[in-house]
Design a protein around this ligand. Structure first.
Ligand SMILES: [Ca+2]
Length: 252
């Protein structure tokens, strides 16, 4: 696979925008064939710069299933595309199974447990190539929910540790009461692994009485405590668990 990767700059796209425009996935939706990934990388005119002088595009099929699979072009964004040949590294592969991957004009056939790389050769100047990906990136639907792992108030009040877990106090409402000194703090709301959940808010300093919508990824939240005492942190996931609300209030 390394030799294939080295063979074309299309396998080494660096910028997110290039990936979003040039890379597309085709075996998706309700009719998808299980265990098969079909990815195209275009170097056609719609993509801008002609990155690979000898190709207009590539199609990579990953058949993770135990059976040979056929991916028909009809009905996919690749419909009408033609001129695919198996990558030369695979065509000359010592593995006889890999060479059995074929394109017959109507679709791709890939043996069981095989990655097949097809290229669309470029004749002279940059061709139209494969279509670009025009799908909008999918935003998760705002929806209520419960955290799947424990979430903690983590900041300078507890050395960024897990001493202050947020406990479920009502439906979609988590709370913790923390004694604080009169000073300013930095904090976040996060899971123990800092990965499952890591909520912050850029450029915000909250004070008792404030409610903010948390974000991820985002930096630390500032906190100004004017009077020493107990303070309640209430996190609501009732609107959107990926952007929960945080309220801070005195808890006398
Ligand atoms: Ca090209």
């Amino acid at each position: 696979m390394l030799r294939i990767r080295r063979s074309s700059p299309l396998f080494r796209l660096r910028e997110g925008a290039q990936v979003a425009t040039r890379v597309d996935f085709h075996n998706a939706g309700p009719d998808q064939i299980p265990g098969l990934i079909v990815m195209s990388i275009t170097d056609g005119a719609c993509a801008g710069e002609d990155l690979d002088p000898v190709r207009d595009g590539m199609v990579v099929l990953i058949n993770a299933s135990d059976e040979a699979q056929v991916f028909p072009l009809a009905g996919s964004a690749l419909e009408g595309e033609t001129g695919f040949t198996l990558h030369p590294v695979q065509r000359h592969s010592a593995d006889p199974l890999v060479c059995e991957s074929t394109f017959d004009g109507a679709g791709f056939s890939v043996p069981a447990r095989t990655v097949a790389v097809f290229e669309q050769a470029q004749a002279g100047a940059q061709g139209d190539g494969l279509a670009c990906n025009t799908k909008e990136p999918e935003e998760p639907e705002p929806s209520p929910g419960e955290f799947i792992v424990p979430v903690f108030l983590r900041g300078e009040m507890n050395d960024w540790g897990t001493a202050h877990p947020l406990a479920l106090a009502a439906d979609f409402t988590y709370e913790v009461v923390v004694p604080l000194e009169a000073r300013s703090y930095q904090f976040k709301v996060a899971s123990e692994d800092w990965a499952t959940y890591d909520f912050g808010k850029n450029g915000v300093i909250v004070a008792p009485g404030d409610t903010i919508v948390l974000e991820r990824p985002a930096g630390n939240i500032g906190l100004d405590i004017p009077v020493a005492g107990n303070y309640r942190f209430r996190v609501s996931t009732a609107t959107n668990i990926l952007a929960p609300e945080l309220a801070v209030e005195a808890a006398p």
